[in-house]
Design a protein around this ligand. Structure first.
Ligand code: NAP
Length: 260
């Protein structure tokens, strides 16, 4: 897909990866609809960009917020690309998480992106070439202790993406999936950052994720997994889950040490 001159909806624009993606797309000459709830963060981001972008202040978890997004997409004559990047993470053992936190994580990371796709597919179909990018995670393929709710949301997003890709295969819309590994943003609390370092997990920069996303959209591929050995573990977990199970359960005492 040609990004120069395209119109792109970006949720999660006010976040760490979102700001890097916005900058990279701005450099490619795309017009952006920057979605988020934090007006100040979005205004600061917009000032750093050179193109004429729009800020859409919206909570993707409310019907009103989603309608506002749809309205803006219609008003700017449709969109070529929709990037579902907004997401949340609450690290901790499942038993200790509140009902509210479980519901919010599933809603933000899975249900709201699905509902947005549902509303925007008819708009995307008006283009000769269009795409949806859903941003998942390594944890969308590997069930990891301490991240059970987050894993459930990202496994769901990956399944949704795969099925939708097949359902829309005879249309003009490509449905893509990007799975970053740990990335240096505020999504990861201090406890998660400390855990990653104790477990020896490597961390990418938001700019690396942004470059991978742009490379994916510009390629003929449908999905990308980031990082080594994370890619190997995703593959191993699919073929030999008991090997990954054995390795991960040994880490439970360390994970417990860092969880609330
Ligand atoms: N960082 C990592 O280690 C990592 C690894 C793999 C995958 N990912 C995925 O990458 C994506 C971006 O993460 P990040 O690291 O950039 O996180 P981040 O810095 O915490 O940013 C999260 C973004 O999501 C937005 N958001 C959350 N709930 C929202 C809601 N209800 N309505 C509208 N916007 C909402 C936030 O907007 P507000 O300003 O409105 O709060 C913010 O822009 C997420 O889907 C995450 O799961 C991240």
């Amino acid at each position: 897909m040609k990004l120069n001159g395209s119109t792109i909806l970006l949720t999660g624009a006010s976040g760490g990866i979102g700001a890097a993606v916005a900058k990279a797309l701005d450099q490619q000459g795309a017009q952006l609809l920057l979605v988020g709830r934090n007006e100040q963060a979005l205004k600061t981001l917009k000032k750093r960009l050179s193109g004429k972008h729009l800020i859409v202040l919206a909570d993707i978890n409310t019907q009103e917020g989603r309608e506002q997004i749809v309205q803006q997409c219609t008003q700017c004559n449709g969109i070529d690309l929709m990037i579902n990047l907004a997401g949340i993470l609450d690290f901790g053992f499942f038993e200790q998480q509140s009902d509210h936190c479980i519901e919010q994580t599933l809603t933000t990371n899975l249900v709201s992106p699905m509902l947005l796709c549902h509303r925007l597919i008819p708009i995307l179909k008006q283009r000769e070439e269009a795409a949806i990018v859903n941003v998942g995670s390594t944890f969308g393929s590997i069930g990891h202790p301490g991240f059970t709710t987050y894993c459930a949301s990202k496994f769901g997003l990956r399944g949704f993406t795969e099925a939708l890709r097949r359902e829309l295969a005879d249309t003009s819309i490509r449905v893509l999936y990007l799975a970053p590994r740990a990335t240096d943003t505020r999504l990861n609390s201090d406890a998660v950052t400390a855990l990653n370092s104790a477990l020896g997990n490597k961390t990418d920069s938001p700019e690396q994720v942004a470059n991978e996303l742009i490379s994916l959209v510009s390629s003929n591929q449908h999905q990308r997994y980031m990082g080594w050995p994370e890619k190997l573990f995703v593959w191993l977990n699919a073929l030999f889950p008991s090997l990954v199970h054995g390795a991960l359960i040994k880490k439970i005492p360390i994970i417990r040490q860092f969880s609330k």
